[in-house]
Design a protein around this ligand. Sequence first.
Ligand SMILES: [Zn+2]
Length: 544
Amino acid sequence: MRPIRLAVALLSALALAAQTPKAPAAPPAPTHADILRGAYGPYRANNDLLSYHLDIRVDPEKKSLSGKNTIRFKMLRDDSRIQLDLHSALAVDKILYGTTELKYERDSGAVFVDFPTTLRKGRIYSIVFYYSGHPLETGRFGGIAFRKDASGHPWVNTACEGTGASLWWPNKDQWRDEVRNMRISVAIPNGLVDVSNGKFLGKTDLGDGYTRWDWLVQYPINNYDVSLNIGNYQHFSDRLGNIPLDFYALPEDLEKAKKQFAQARGMLEAFQHYFGEYPFKKDGYKLIQAPYSGMEHQSAVTYGNHFANGYLERDWTGVGISLRFDFIIIHESAHEWFGNSITAADSSDMWIHEGWATYLEGLYVEYRFGREDALKYLNGYKAKVKNNQPILTPRGINATPPQDQYFKGALFLNTLRSVVNDDRRWFALLHSFYQCFKYQTILTEDVVGYFNRHLGRNLTPIFNQYLRHARLPVLELRFDEAAQSVSYRWQAEEPGFAMPVRVGGPGDWRIVRPTAERQTMPTSRTKADFQAATDLYYIDVRKD
Ligand SMILES: [Zn+2]
């Protein structure tokens, strides 16, 4: 069946290609709301977040929540207005500055807050934002979902990347500015457990059928990482050195969880080996069972991968390696280093989360099973790459970049390692790059600048070709078998693209430095057995 269906698909694709010229898919035009949410506008840029205290009550039966967020910030210039965000499905009850009730204006998801007097540059202010309502269940993983587990207990979870944390709580909903710490207080019906981010401080019986669970995040945190996991959880714990490990699963899955979650130790060992210590040691590391596949909530990774290896029980990269480990434990936890500790300052640059986390899967495979398996694993991702849109999307617009940010992003980093062509240097670079930018928000320019400075090379055209253009660079080879030579050049969109590449074959691999101009070299190899090392460099090759 399969070859026939493939052939039909290929024929119809060819027919389509004959009718319409192949052009990269144009992204849909951003809406007013996408720009308000995505842009780092003047009323966001005029202040710097210091802390949040989110203090809410969740009613799982009514599927509602109410409460307040105390927002502390420092003004960066004199102004009397700031921009916060709260989804229009939720009511703003009041916003207090001391005892003064502040005026505000809502525009789609934005809430512009006006102060009666000018806030002064350099001073610290605190406001309390009261809100309530029935949040919308939306997005890939539900945003905030009010469900029941199989035994009928409430099970409420959040996963709101993309849609935005303002779906369920008021905050400055963007990526550039993070609070330095956060307290999360969640009142829930007695008998249930809430697992949020950070260190568990304790619980208090409120005497009205509700218990408040208090959590303290002692590091910068991005909004979409802030999470609620309310359910009939059972808890067990472990330690890796001085890192507390805490695990939460439903009673019926407890034994499976005890077995599967043991993989967290090997994951932490591998990533600590490459990048240095786990970034959120004081908060501990947690794995929490959730009803969707998984999410990288900081220090509180949510897990729904069926307590089985692979990804939802599939061999994820299709080359027989994924089934040796739990994809969700490895991928989502890789985000503790890339996504949570180092965060992209704009969602346009989300490959800093996903390309890197996917590459870290490869590093995990390398640490556990060796370089050959890691190459096989990463190259398995080629089948998932589309090469029809650049990985980087326009800045200042709330949008999720194309899926190539994951797989092509990882294959690009693997390519970059071959360009560096010195593993000792490559691993030292990865370590120092992470250490330099940990706990910060950065853009692609920061990555490129760091790599260029530390290698003393101009890799900008290589980064640009892979991140800012849709297509792969094509290595054009033209053979003259009579003269025993081959000429070569790059065909690429990025001006000045001159990536070195390994060509030849077993026994006589060599690195050539093609440019856009043809160069010729002697070879005794025929067109058929002259190769480019496409497992080390993610490129297209054309032979004439
Ligand atoms: Zn991810």
